[in-house]
Design a protein around this ligand. Structure first.
Ligand code: DGJ
Length: 697
């Protein structure tokens, strides 16, 4: 991996199909990107290097710097801005050495500032079998004076965009997360982020960058693995280089780094694909599957009672639902919000995690046993970081919530947020969840989080605090501990829908709840964006009766099932009101899902068309290429497709062996036909979705 070039040092990290080459120039003041792309891309003149004139700028402002201080890039955006006790900025660094481990595809390059004693180690890791590069920085104050980190980004990524940068990002709101959008950046900056102490609904910590002239060509991605406040900024310079800065957003103010202190900044991950956004999605999927490691197994089909009973949870109705769910073929029954004392609506109860005896008169154990007797596993909803003012916990520990001394609290959904950075709160949250898992026979946990952090304060605490950092670190620790101690329990990460879906959670949770919006056409757009950044095993999706909020055009039960099969199938409707025909149809879909879910979990994904186009489908090709599953939806986008009389819509499949032959049980196709002409689907106003399984002959 390590090669020496002249007086400068240069290293190449090799992924499955890609390589990432960096070098320290002879002056030794920073690390520079040489090349990032397919194998061999470093073997030739760099597409990002610049050593021409820089009138009215500095050399660093134009260089493809990997990790820049404000001394390196005074004008065009730095990743790290440090202030001394005297208020001086422009702390610069110099190269001091490196540790390279070619076998593990890891590199750590050390820098130090002789004036303040600040040390920075810039880390790289390419996980085996992937085309992503994980980057993070470790800062140590080896000097004698305190330092203030005014900005503490994790990395800068440089992308050649000679004709303008085409940026793709995902925006949203509650009930409308993961909306994929594109913006062309000629000059200037584009910024997204969250100041909410959680990744949030407003933007996904994910960005894709392409050259505007080649939208289907080379595509680079950046995602932040941080479950708190974050930011991603992209700036295109006049020379055609787009530099993406990513990392934490310091919402609590500058971070203090006292003498001897060490701080590890979050991982941000870069990804490369030669095949546009669709190819980039596969690179992210491979990475998330590698993060899931031995937990990457097809998830059970679940039933969740939230939309059927809301807070009116009690044993009788839950068991009625469970009985029908079992008949349909559901495998895990999840009781959502409303099962604990004081929880009859959203104004009380959070914090008091004891089953309500009035709702489970025979006892919670007996209730769970009844569910299990139906052949179902059991799951439970919790929101352990939050507390209602109307709860015993708040009466006993009002000091546990985030608060600014002397200022009123800001309730959101009638609840406050516990300061998880406090050791006693972390202990409470861990022991609450751990206690439930030990006390009751639970296989599945839905961990919710329904409010952002508003108060940047801890009552009585002096000095600046890194509340965001402490909350996230303890949250991650608790997840890791629970997973270690209860390896058989699957954990779903939810934050009022998709507010907590980042790469750090993808490494710790088993599945994400992407949105509370389960209406079919709205959900299609949500899932389409979600799958660009997330693998199908993370996509929890329920079949419900909800119409949606934005596009209320009705869709069939088949549409809803095929849509929920795109990831982890669940049912959330009030199935007590379903007719015998609906239940029979549902049982049929669930049985079919069980036949294909291994391909959905492990297959190579191709996103075909989109929710705003007449064709919209997802193709999953099994790793051994023997089976291809296609899920397709009739969007009815007013272009006539699917109305009478109409030719079939053709779905062009991808990545198939042109010489191979495939059969859907009735018809036979060549790989060339499926790719060039496409798989025909016959849609009409009454037939609006298809699940097609092709077997290789
Ligand atoms: C928000 C979640 O996204 C919903 O699925 C549900 O669990 C409610 N919270 C319960 O309060």
């Amino acid at each position: 991996m390590t090669t020496l070039t002249g007086a400068s040092r240069r290293w190449t990290l090799r992924g499955a199909q890609t390589e990432y080459t960096v070098a320290v120039p002879a002056h030794g003041r920073w690390l520079e990107l040489v090349a990032w792309g397919p194998h061999g891309v470093s073997d030739g003149p760099s597409a990002v290097a610049y050593d021409g004139p820089v009138p009215f700028l500095t050399a660093g402002d134009a260089a493809a710097i990997e990790y820049a201080t404000d001394a390196d890039r005074p004008f065009t955006g730095a990743d790290l801005v440090v202030e001394t006790a005297a208020g001086d900025r422009r702390v610069g660094l110099g190269y001091t050495g490196e540790v390279a481990d070619p076998d593990r595809r890891e590199l750590a390059v050390d820098f130090a500032d002789p004036v303040t004693g600040l040390r920075a180690t810039v880390h790289y890791r390419v996980p085996a079998g992937t085309d992503v590069v994980q980057r993070w920085v470790e800062l140590t104050n080896a000097g004698s004076g305190p330092l203030k980190l005014v900005r503490a980004g994790s990395a800068g990524f440089c992308v050649p965009t000679p004709h303008g940068a085409l940026l793709s990002h995902q925006w949203g709101q509650w009930e409308q997360e993961f909306q994929l959008s594109h913006v062309e950046l000629g000059h200037g900056a584009f910024t997204i982020g969250s100041a909410q102490g959680v990744p949030g609904h407003l933007h996904v910590p994910w960005l894709a960058v392409r050259d505007a002239a080649e939208p289907a060509g080379p595509t680079w991605g950046v995602a932040v693995a941080w479950t708190g406040s974050w930011e991603i900024g992209a700036e295109r310079d006049t020379g055609g280089l787009t530099r993406v800065r990513a990392g934490r957003q310091l919402v609590d103010g500058p971070l203090e780094l006292g003498p001897g202190d060490r701080l590890t900044l979050p991982v941000v991950t870069g990804a490369y694909s030669p095949d546009g956004l669709d190819g980039l999605a596969r690179v992210w999927h491979t990475h998330q599957r590698q993060l899931a490691a031995d937990r990457l197994t097809p998830r059970p089909v679940l039933y969740n009672s939230w939309e059927a009973t809301y807070f009116a949870v009690e044993a009788k109705s839950q068991l009625e639902l469970a009985e029908i769910a079992a008949e349909l073929g559901v495998e895990t029954f999840v009781v959502d919000d409303g099962w604990f004392v004081g929880r009859n609506d959203d104004t009380g109860g959070l914090g008091d995690w004891t089953p309500d005896p009035a709702k489970f008169p025979a006892g919670f154990d007996a209730f769970i046993a009844d569910v299990r007797a139906l052949g179902l596993n059991f799951g439970l909803w919790v929101e352990p970081e939050c507390v209602n003012p109307r709860s015993r916990l708040y009466a006993e520990h009002p000091e546990w919530v985030y608060a600014v001394d002397g200022r009123p609290l800001t309730p959101v959904r009638n609840q406050y947020l516990l300061d998880l950075g406090r050791p006693e709160v972390a202990e409470f949250v861990h022991s609450t969840v751990d206690g439930l898992l030990r006390r009751y026979d639970i296989d599945y946990l839905k961990w919710d989080f329904n409010r952002p952090r508003t108060e940047p304060g801890r009552p009585g605490a002096a000095g600046p605090l890194d509340l965001d950092g402490a909350h996230v670190a303890n949250l991650h620790r608790i997840y890791e501990r629970l997973r270690h101690d209860h390896p058989g329990v699957l954990i779903e990460s939810c934050a009022g829908g998709g507010g907590r879906a980042d790469l750090a959670m993808a490494a710790r949770a088993d599945v994400f709840w992407p949105s509370d919006n389960t209406g079919p056409l709205d959900r299609l757009a949500i899932q389409y964006g979600f799958l660009h950044a997330n693998a199908p095993h993370l996509l929890s999706s329920w079949v419900t009766d909800a119409p949606g909020m934005f596009d209320l055009r009705p869709r069939s039960l088949a549409f809803r099932f095929v849509l929920a099969m795109a990831g982890v199938l669940g049912v959330g409707a009030d199935i007590r009101s379903w007719t015998a025909e609906q239940r029979a149809e549902a049982a049929g879909w669930i049985a079919r899902y069980k036949e294909i879910r291994d391909v959905v979990t492990h297959g190579e994904v191709h996103l075909i068309g989109g929710p705003d186009q007449a064709r919209c489908a997802v193709q999953y090709t099994a790793p051994d290429e023997r089976r291809v599953v296609v899920l397709a939806w009739h969007t009815g986008r007013l272009d006539g497709a699917g109305l009478l009389p109409s030719r079939p819509v053709r779905l062009p499949l991808r990545g198939l062996d042109p010489a191979a032959r495939y059969s859907d049980g009735e018809r036979h196709y060549s790989g060339t036909h499926l790719t060039a002409v496409g798989l025909p689907v016959h849609w009409s106003p009454t037939h609006d979705a298809d699940l097609i399984v092709l077997h290789r002959d």
